[in-house]
Ligand binder design. Sequence first.
Ligand code: WQD
Length: 346
Amino acid sequence: MAWLVTGGAGYIGAHVVDAMRQAGEDVVVLDDLSTGDAARIPGVDLVVGSVGDAGLLTRLLAGRAVEGVVHVAAKKQVEESVRDPLLYYRENVAGLVTLLEAVTAAGVPSFVFSSSAAVYGAPDVDLVTEATDCRPVNPYGETKLVGERVVEALARATGLRYAHLRYFNVAGCARPELADRGRSNLVPMVFEQLVAGRPPRVFGDDHPTPDGTCVRDFVHVADVASAHVAVAQALRDGRTAALTANIGRGEGVSVREVVEIIRAVTGTADAPWAEPVVEPRRAGDPPRVVASADLLRDRLGWRARHDVEEMVRSAWAGWGSPALPGPAAGESDPVRAGGGRATPVP
Ligand code: WQD
């Protein structure tokens, strides 16, 4: 029996595939390669196509004994979702419905849904629990919340066993070749600035937080992947049938703290040109979003094991730990920052 991982050639999906295989699970991947890369998953049974292709799904599930689906494929850029909400509802909701129709017709019993902390919106709580009100503030978060509701409605109708995993801020990589190639989150955005010889940008330092910058719950993608293995096996073994869980560390780290860790790892801590510049707040940024990670620990004994420095070091290794150029033209700094060799995640 195999698990179907949609989006399994993407940054998070490929880590899930890697972890599932290391746990002895057979895997087949469906990925349209719009952002995924087949080179991330050598030797894996890869079907190239979209979750919105009903005929392809029917053929895929008819040709293989699939015991469960891990649905990672989705659009996940907040700003893009605001600009193009129909794209997000088409991909993240209509695509999910098409997938679930095929899953139901084929009698696949288990479904792991990649959800997001974005379902909570801007929660005004110290720690976000799974019982915290879900008030998404952008179409991306809305589509993830609607997706959860669709899965739950189907489970009530058919007995589908499911788990929603609400990812907080994912970073790092298990191996350089699996690194995130996106440029839409804090860690890669700071790398991008430094590689260009420009200072990191901090969006607002007047938030109601200890150092004025936003606080987030960063979780290593290898830990996110191990949570998927634990949950998939629990669904298969009947140890759980309906689960909604945060995937985080339960610890808040501020933007400024992350920037300083990045400067230490990239060898620019003493480079004046790499001092972060504060820019205006980014619209829609909640000051603090930090998970309570207790539920998955209590239910399945899962805990995140990597800290933020390991996330940054592994992510930097995924960028090839380049020697940094020093200040961009027009910036003044004689210090030529060394790149330092980042050590991969232990
Ligand atoms: C983090 C903080 C920025 C870049 C994510 C995504 C998604 C979701 C979790 C899964 C914010 C600040 C950023 C920069 C900065 N997970 N920042 N300078 O906004 O928490 O959203 O939530 O679905 O990954 O929705 O993540 O990495 O964009 O920003 O100051 O150059 O870093 O303002 O406060 P965010 P992010």
